[in-house]
Write a protein that binds this ligand. Structure first.
Ligand SMILES: [Cu+2]
Length: 111
């Protein structure tokens, strides 16, 4: 019945949410990663995206601006050599449909 189908709300993944990250969300990795990559459920506008990395003491790590890949669905950030510890990634993105989303997660580099 068509009328009923139209009443179904659009799926939540109509906005750019984090689909996958490297290093993975909540993971412990053995070695410092050379790069941080964030894959979103929708293409994002790199000019209106910020990805901040906080070190184990909570201080911001100096990183270059994120590079877009795979038609804007992936943001990649080259990392300086990171010391062991737990890092927090804070992301704010604007998807191609102009909706803003944000989130944060942590990963740990093993000592
Ligand atoms: Cu949206």
């Amino acid at each position: 019945m068509a009328a009923l189908l139209c009443a179904i709300p659009p799926p939540v993944w109509a906005h750019a949410f984090l689909a996958k990250a490297s290093p993975p969300v909540g993971s412990q990795v053995a070695a410092a990663p050379p790069e941080l990559t964030l894959r979103f459920t929708q293409a994002v506008e790199p000019l209106f995206c910020t990805v901040q990395l906080l070190d184990p003491s909570g201080a911001a790590v100096n990183t270059p601006a994120p590079r877009a890949a795979e038609e804007g669905q992936v943001l990649a950030i080259a990392l300086p050599k990171l010391r062991p510890g737990t890092y927090t990634v804070v992301w704010h993105v604007t998807s191609v449909d102009t909706h803003k989303t944000e989130g944060q997660y942590q990963f740990t580099i093993a000592p």
